[in-house]
Structure formats: structure tokens, C-alpha cells
Design a protein around this ligand. Structure first.
Ligand SMILES: [Zn+2]
Length: 716
């Protein structure tokens, strides 16, 4: 605001009060608590911890992963966290943790790839650059010609080519190339320039090396990862008629071993005596190939920083100890989460909410990224997203003001104190719908049902490459997200219904905003209605499902905080009124086009396959929990075999378990299973996923559930 025309004294008080209110709108913590957390939050400490992690090639179940786990354990102890310890979980490709089958360990002594002819060039050496050897490569000593097989993912790629005993050059999905080139056609190994994540910037830097991994359950083969430039050079030599001879040496073993998970706590005052209070878990994943700075060294060091600053303020008596325990877990992605929750069913049942960080430290300008506060899936409506978003918005507003004129350096949470290397960047943060691909998939799934506040940078042009290094990390960003995590975790750990009037109004406002955005989508569906009826049905269905979701989100707070259920009633009433108005508008739009009478009669009513009600088998037990998708193996693939799995209509025939996370079929599958509650029939489940993810045929949902029944995941 422009204060020039005001008296100086008035200007000062007006500016301060306006500016203060602009940056501190979150209703969860007192001003003193927020300031204490902010001032204690540090970006330089996690930055230095990240420097240690990025020196390690953190493939799960390897010696360097265990070194990383050991480092996290030492830091957790040094920061004074309670019960800091490491646990090992045996793995052998057969043991299951919940529904997830364990994997294999991998131990590499040495690996080198030389080009012998026509040039003599070292292409890759494990000892200096381990990313150049694909994970789960088997031992080999071979001098052999190189054969270009294109993508190497179809049999046609091998037509007329003898690859037996040779090394193939391929850019297809590594595990598929392995199954064809090595297992079927007898190749010794693979040189790969497979692009394992694609963004708009992919390919612009031809020198980037992406990591890859073979299928650990296949008994043979090795692969070296090369840049696009190196692969192009090899292809050019072969195109010029030169025979390219490679000399590959790999000394490595794939076999049984263990996963390591480190955990620590800040004990709550009531968690032990009153099970209703339970725990708040902070999760991340400690793996990925060196350097793996943003994915996901950043999440590991940032939850550790949240732990450090909370513990310091609590033990110093500067903030009251919360009622709920805060638990921090560092393990291999998904695998560690499933193993830990499987061994500790008591802890699993005590978890009330999750703060999950996977890629949170990237310099948003360098990585072409936005920090997303990711909503829980519609199968698990929750207020936790709103908690995180409120803190994120306060930081964002202050960071914008700072970027504009250099004011509000404290509120903007810049990490340049004492020469620390953080940027002065704005804080690009938004709220996005549920997105899959990390441990939150486990927490949010229906048999675990711990709502996740999931924080992630996306996209990231350096993800899964040798360029995901400390150079792309911003200490200011680390400090901001550590603060965001600590504030959210502390708010969740202390909520007890004492601030209901304020918080319910806040959550109701958020729910109404989302409902209004749903109305915009409903109008699009209605306008798209070609047959005059189905589109209108989808529009009404969307409004009904969104009302259910937003109502449950508001009520989830009341249940969490233990407040009087009636306290949420006015908020629910407001949502119902708003939704009814939207329904009328949709009816009006339909009437204009001469359509009526479609409401309240699902298009699937009376269709036999739609009326069946699926139930999870032993869904709350200790062996059958967890999602079916996003594991090492899709559970259905594991139980039904590849041939039956390939017939499931929901999955694209070309999909493969290593690229399937990019395939929306898996997201539908995840939610179809999550919506099973013993009450919804197939038609109701179709309507639920159709509203969340987009209209889908009833038959496709029914077909997927038939496969689940065949795999004994559900009964009818
Ligand atoms: Zn990750």
C-alpha cells in the first residue's frame, strides 16, 4: 500500500497491522509459536546433511544404502530424538510385507565398460560413477560386439539380428529389454539410453545420464547406462559400417539380504495412555541412486530438520509438548514403509496422519518446478491438506512481498543468515489433486487409511539423473519446507477441539472453494453431453461425490480433534445448500437443451454386474493390507500371472510395472480398490472413481473387480 499521504505514525501502525495480517492467516498456531518455529528452522543444516547423503549410491538393500541409514541414525541421535534406532527386514523375493512381495539385495564390487574397437574409450566405471551401472546387474566378463536393437521392447526389434552372446544397444524400458534381449535371445548384456522420466525439457541436454534398473528377479544380464550423446556416437559408428566391440566387466551379486529402516520419535504426553490420541508420522524415502539430491535426499534431511527444530523447542520448554507422538521414518521407498507397518501393527493402528516429503528441496527455477501440496485421494477425504496449505500460503505471500521490495525478510523465511547459500526466490506452491508414486500411496490406501499431507516438487527436469545434485538444491527452500512440515506436524499433534469455531470455519471455507471448482468441472461435463443424458448424469454425479468428499473432509477434523460432532453441522449444512444450488443450475442447463428426468436414476441401476457388492478379504488383518498397485509387483500380476493380467481392460496392453506409474489405469485401480467398503456396489464404485478421475465405463470397473475376486483380494 502507498503510505505517503498518511501521517508517519499512522502509516507505521497501519502498515504493520496490514502486513502482519497478510502473512499470518493460518489459524492453527499462535503468533509466538509460529515465530519460534520459523526462527529455529534452518536451511543450512539440512543442506549439509544432504551433502553427506548425495555422496552415497542409495539403492535399497545395498551397503551404501545402509551407510546412508547409519548417517540418518547418527544425526537423529545427535539431535536428541527419542528411541532412535535402525531395524533390518529380511528380503528374498518371497517374503511378503502386507501385500507387498520383498525384493532382492545387490552387492557390487566393481564394474567397467570399455569400447575396444574402433575407439579405445572408457564408457563407464562404477568406482567413480555408480549411476552408470544399472541396478541389479549380474556379474559378467565379456568382450563382444554391440548390436543396435532400437527400443528393444518388441520381438520385431530383433528380427534378422543375432544378439546371442553379444551386447545390445537399446533405449526401451530396461526390464523389458532384459526379458527379450537377454532371457529370450541370449544377449550377454545391455547398453541403455532409456529416458526413465519425460518432461518438456527431456533431451535438451544430451549429456545427462539417467539411472535404470533391471528386473532383480530375472537371473541374468547386466546393463550400463549411457547419455544420449554417447548412444548417438555408438549408433553413428555402427551406421558408418564400423563393428563396435565392447569390453564389459561386472563383479556383482543379486540375492537375499535386508532392507534397513531408521526411526525416531518425539514422545507425546498422552499417546501412551490414551490410544485415541495416537501418533503423527513423518515419512520420506531414503533411497535413490547417487546423487539423488532432490529425489529424495531432500525429503530425508527436511523431515529430520522438522524433527530437530520441534525437539529443540519442546525440550527447551519454548513450546508445550504435544499430546500426540511425532514419529519419523527413513527407509527404502514403499518397501520400507510396508515392511515397517507390517512388523508394527500397533504403530500402524495408532497413526492418525502422515506428513510425507518426496522431493522438496529443489531450486524451483533451476528444476522448472512447483512445490505441490497434494490432496488425499477422494476415497480418504481429510482436512490435513488444508493444514499444510494454510502454512504454505503464509510463506508464499511473505516471499512474494520480499521478492518485490526486499521487505519482510523474516516472514519470507530466506536462508542467507550467516552467509548460508539460500536463494531469495519466490515460493511457488499450489494445491493439486491426488497424484501417485511414493509412500503416501500406502498410507492413503484404504486398509492403512492414514491421510497424507504430501509435499513434492514436480516436475523436476533432473529427476533420476546424474544432474539431480546439490547444485539444484536451495537452502531457502529446505528451510521453508522444514518449517511447513514442523508447523503442520505440531498443529496435527496438538489439535484437541479447543479451537473448533475458528478451525471449522476455516475448513468449511476451503471445502466450499473446492466444491465451487467442482461445479466448474460439472458444467464442462454437462456441456459435453452428446447423448443428452449421460453427460448430465456425470455432472450431477460429480456434484454428489464432491459433496460427499467435502462433507467428509470437514467431519474428518471433528473426528480427529475429538470435538462434538454437532459442531461441524453448520459447515455441512452450508455445503449441502451450495451443492443443491449447483444441482439446480445443472438442471436448468439440461432443460434448455430439452433434457430432464435423469436425476436420481443411476445409469447402471438394475444391471446385474453393477449390483454386486465387493468386500476386501481380511482387509484389516496383518497379511492382506496395502494397495495392489505401486508395489514392486502389481499384486494382481503376482497372483494371476502375466497372461491373465494382460487381459485386464483397465490397463493398457503396453503397460509394464516399471512404467505403469505414468498410466492412469493404475490410478483408477488404486481408487477402485480403496472405495470398496462392503456397502458400495460396483455401480457406486464406478460413480465414485468417475467423479474423481473422469467418466469410465461400468464394464471396465466390473472387469477389474472380477480380476480382484479371482486373485482372492475380494469376495462378492
Ligand atoms: Zn521420490
Amino acid at each position: 500500500m502507498d503510505c505517503k499521504s498518511l501521517l508517519p505514525a499512522l502509516c507505521l501502525s497501519l502498515c504493520i497491522s496490514v502486513n502482519y495480517n497478510a502473512f499470518a492467516q493460518q489459524p492453527f498456531l499462535t503468533e509466538q509459536q509460529w515465530d519460534a518455529l520459523r526462527d529455529e528452522a534452518n536451511g543450512a543444516a539440512p543442506f549439509e546433511n544432504l551433502r553427506a547423503l548425495t555422496g552415497l549410491h542409495r539403492v535399497p538393500a545395498t551397503p551404501q544404502f545402509d551407510q546412508a541409514a547409519d548417517f540418518m541414525l547418527r544425526q537423529a541421535k545427535a539431535y536428541g530424538l527419542e528411541d532412535a534406532h535402525a531395524e533390518q527386514f529380511p528380503i528374498d523375493g518371497k517374503i511378503h510385507y502386507g501385500l507387498m512381495r520383498s525384493h532382492f539385495a545387490w552387492n557390487v564390487e566393481s564394474a567397467r565398460l570399455w569400447e575396444n574397437e574402433p575407439q579405445h574409450v572408457l564408457i563407464g566405471d562404477w568406482s567413480t560413477d555408480p549411476i552408470r551401472l544399472a541396478d541389479y546387474s549380474h556379474g559378467a566378463d565379456v568382450v563382444a560386439p554391440l548390436v543396435d536393437v532400437g527400443s528393444g521392447m518388441t520381438e520385431a526389434d530383433y528380427a534378422g539380428k543375432d544378439v546371442n552372446g553379444k551386447i545390445v544397444l537399446a533405449d526401451g524400458v530396461l526390464s523389458i529389454v532384459q526379458s527379450l534381449a537377454v532371457m529370450k535371445f541370449g544377449a550377454a548384456g545391455i547398453v541403455s539410453d532409456m529416458p526413465n522420466q519425460t518432461t518438456a525439457w527431456s533431451g535438451l541436454n544430451p549429456d545427462v545420464i539417467r539411472w535404470g534398473h533391471l528386473d532383480a528377479l530375472l537371473p541374468r544380464g547386466f546393463a550400463f547406462m549411457v547419455s544420449r550423446a554417447t548412444a548417438a556416437g555408438l549408433r553413428a559408428q555402427m551406421a558408418d559400417g564400423h563393428a563396435v566391440t565392447l569390453d564389459a566387466h561386472v563383479q556383482a551379486e543379486v540375492g537375499p539380504g535386508h532392507w534397513t529402516v531408521v526411526s525416531a520419535t518425539i514422545q507425546g504426553t498422552l499417546a501412551a495412555t490414551d490410544p485415541r490420541y495416537g501418533e503423527i508420522v513423518f515419512s520420506c524415502h531414503l533411497d535413490h541412486e547417487r546423487p539423488g539430491a532432490n529425489d529424495n535426499g531432500s525429503g530425508c534431511v527436511t523431515i529430520l530438520e522438522s524433527a530437530r527444530l520441534l525437539n529443540r523447542l519442546i525440550t527447551a520448554g519454548r513450546m508445550p509438548r504435544p499430546a500426540r507422538t511425532l514419529r519419523f521414518i527413513w527407509g527404502p521407498e514403499v518397501e520400507g514403509t510396508m515392511a515397517y507397518l507390517s512388523r508394527h501393527p500397533d504403530i500402524r493402528r495408532s497413526l492418525r496422519a502422515d506428513v510425507h516429503m518426496d522431493m522438496v528441496g529443489g531450486d524451483l527455477f533451476k528444476n522448472k518446478s512447483v512445490l505441490h501440496v497434494t490432496e488425499t485421494p477422494w476415497s480418504l477425504p481429510s482436512f490435513v491438506t488444508d493444514v499444510g496449505m494454510a502454512f504454505a500460503e503464509d510463506i508464499r505471500r511473505a516471499a512474494a512481498a520480499y521478492a518485490e521490495d526486499g521487505s519482510h525478510v523474516l516472514e519470507a523465511v530466506i536462508e542467507n543468515r550467516d552467509g548460508a547459500p539460500g536463494t531469495r526466490n519466490e515460493f511457488f506452491v499450489d494445491e493439486t489433486p491426488y497424484s501417485e508414486g511414493s509412500d503416501h500411496d500406502d498410507y492413503d490406501s484404504s486398509t492403512i487409511a492414514v491421510p497424507s499431507l504430501y509435499l513434492r516438487d514436480w516436475p523436476d527436469i533432473y529427476i533420476h539423473t546424474d544432474h539431480d545434485s546439490l547444485e539444484q538444491i536451495d537452502a531457502t527452500k529446505l528451510r521453508r519446507v522444514a518449517l511447513l512440515g514442523a508447523a503442520s506436524g505440531y498443529a496435527l499433534a496438538t489439535m484437541n477441539g479447543s479451537n473448533d469455531a475458528r478451525l471449522l470455519a476455516f475448513f468449511a471455507a476451503r471445502a466450499q472453494q473446492r466444491l465451487a471448482r467442482g461445479f466448474e468441472r460439472a458444467q464442462e461435463l454437462a456441456q459435453d453431453a452428446k447423448d443428452g443424458r449421460q453427460g448430465w448424469y456425470e455432472a450431477h454425479n460429480l456434484l454428489a461425490q464432491q459433496l460427499r468428499r467435502e462433507t467428509a473432509a470437514v467431519q474428518s477434523y471433528a473426528a480427529f480433534a475429538g470435538s462434538d460432532a454437532r459442531a461441524a453441522a453448520p459447515a455441512v449444512k452450508a455445503l449441502q445448500t451450495q451443492s443443491a444450488t449447483f444441482d439446480q443450475w445443472i438442471d436448468g442447463l439440461a432443460a434448455q437443451r430439452g433434457v430432464s428426468g435423469f436425476k436420481g436414476a443411476p445409469s447402471w441401476r438394475g444391471i446385474p454386474i453393477a449390483m454386486r457388492v465387493p468386500k476386501r478379504v481380511n482387509g484389516s488383518g496383518n497379511s492382506e493390507f496395502g494397495p495392489l498397485t505401486y508395489q514392486n509387483d502389481d499384486v494382481l500380476l503376482d497372483r494371476l500371472g502375466a497372461e491373465r493380467f494382460a487381459k485386464i481392460a483397465l490397463f493398457d496392453a503396453d503397460s509394464n510395472r516399471l512404467i505403469k506409474t505414468q498410466n492412469s489405469g493404475s490410478l483408477y485401480a488404486y481408487e477402485i480398490v480403496n472405495f470398496i467398503d462392503g456397502k458400495r456396489n460396483v455401480g457406486a464404485i464406478r460413480d465414485a472413481v468417475a467423479a474423481e478421475l473422469g467418466p469410465i465405463p461400468l464394464e471396465t470397473v466390473s472387469d477389474y473387480l472380477d480380476a480382484c475376486a479371482q486373485a482372492k483380494i475380494i469376495t462378492w
